[in-house]
Design a protein around this ligand. Structure first.
Ligand code: PLP
Length: 374
């Protein structure tokens, strides 16, 4: 079988898992003032420092959360709630954790949703035109999770430099595949998730630039400098730190391999004469993701047929009560519901081999021939 859905989640790196388990004896509550607590606190601080260094931040700028969904919620609601009549800007291709949060807030506040064009990118001029004197927050992702499109965040940061609005970047799908440096990116807030980078599920973080105010969404004790209450998940913080460190040291090799696998995949599809189109601009996409339009089949049928042959892939669209919804990202790009219903996201990993690519293509070819072949 071939798993080709690494943008959904990655397996937890066994080496990291073992290292974390080996340190389980340091079990104290970092808030306890006795020796056992202090040992845990020291370890937690060391891991926080590693996490911060990886993205060129300071340890106190890191807020540990239960994942990127929580981090995005905290960034958006924690900023909106501090203002009387805020205006906020986001895009129509964000992950659900950003999009849904803004959709909910738009009942109460003024929110602008920027449109993506067919290349999958946001137009920086649209952003310029949308900025208002009361714009307090702009949320734009670095890499789109469905198409892999790399948004022009460096140019966006330049536009926002002289504006009061905070810049919040969802970098979940970028980390490990390209450089994520909060200063170079001009981010005031940035989110990451453990399980997309070979760490565990249920851990993530929000970077919050020093001096930036944010209202806690989970209240209680004064953990995480009173920005997120709850006893810290010390072992998973260590796992996140180790996953980030490993992803950094192996980034060049891993992303080169992903790129080679993607290229081989597209070349094989062409060679086998399986009709497809790349959604978006393949030259402006992250190494590990490609989204393909197969005009000859609904995604739901293809996914099921591939699943039966042991090829595991996603449409990149939410499943609601057993029905595959058209991808909101593809629909936003092309304004074409049929295209959105006939598109599939393939997401690669350095863990895959060329034989896996050949297997996926051969199964796709068999399905295509069963439908149309002679
Ligand atoms: N943002 C993006 C771009 C994602 O791809 C995901 C993962 O699904 C998330 C946020 C949410 O991350 P988590 O699963 O850690 O809540």
């Amino acid at each position: 079988s071939v798993y080709v859905d690494y943008a959904s989640t990655t397996p937890f790196d066994k080496e990291i898992m073992e290292k974390v388990m080996a340190g389980a004896d340091v079990f104290g509550n970092p808030s306890s003032i006795h020796r056992v607590g202090k040992d845990a606190k020291a370890k937690l601080q060391a891991h926080r420092t590693r996490i911060a260094e990886s993205i060129n931040a300071k340890p106190k700028e890191i807020i540990i959360t239960s994942g990127a969904t929580e981090a995005n919620n905290l960034a958006i609601k924690g900023t909106a709630g501090r203002h009387e009549k805020p205006h906020m800007i986001t895009t129509d291709i964000e992950h659900a954790s950003v999009r849904t949060t803004y959709q909910d807030l738009s009942e109460q506040y003024d929110v602008t949703f920027l449109k993506a064009s067919e290349n999958g990118l946001i137009d920086v001029d649209d952003l310029k035109k949308s900025l208002q004197s009361n714009t307090v927050l702009v949320s734009i992702m670095l890499v789109n999770n469905e198409t892999g499109s790399i948004q022009p965040v460096y140019e966006i940061a330049k536009v926002l430099k002289d504006h009061q609005a905070l810049f919040h970047i969802d970098a979940v799908q970028a980390f490990g595949h390209m450089e994520v440096n909060v200063h170079a990116l001009g981010a005031d807030m940035l989110t990451l998730s453990g399980h997309k980078i070979y760490g565990p599920k249920g851990i993530g973080m929000l970077y919050l630039r020093e001096g930036t105010k944010l209202s806690a969404q989970i209240t209680g004790g004064s953990h995480e400098l009173s920005r997120r209450a709850g006893t810290e998940n010390t072992m998973w913080v260590e796992a996140l730190a180790l996953a980030m460190e490993k992803a950094d040291s192996k980034r060049a090799a891993r992303s080169l391999k992903e790129m080679q696998l993607k290229e081989r995949f597209l070349n094989e599809l062409t060679a086998e004469e399986i009709p497809f189109e790349v959604n978006g601009d393949v030259n402006r996409q992250a190494s590990h993701i490609v989204n393909l339009h197969f005009p000859w089949s609904e995604a739901e049928f293809l996914l099921t047929a591939l699943d039966m042959t042991g090829v595991y892939v996603s449409a990149g669209s939410a499943c609601n009560a057993g029905t595959v919804q058209p991808s909101h990202v593809i629909q936003a790009m092309y304004g074409d519901e049929e295209r959105a219903l006939k598109s599939i996201r393939f997401s690669f990993s350095h863990l895959m081999e060329e034989e896996d690519i050949l297997e996926i293509v051969s199964q796709l070819k068999a399905i295509y021939e069963r439908l149309y072949g002679n």
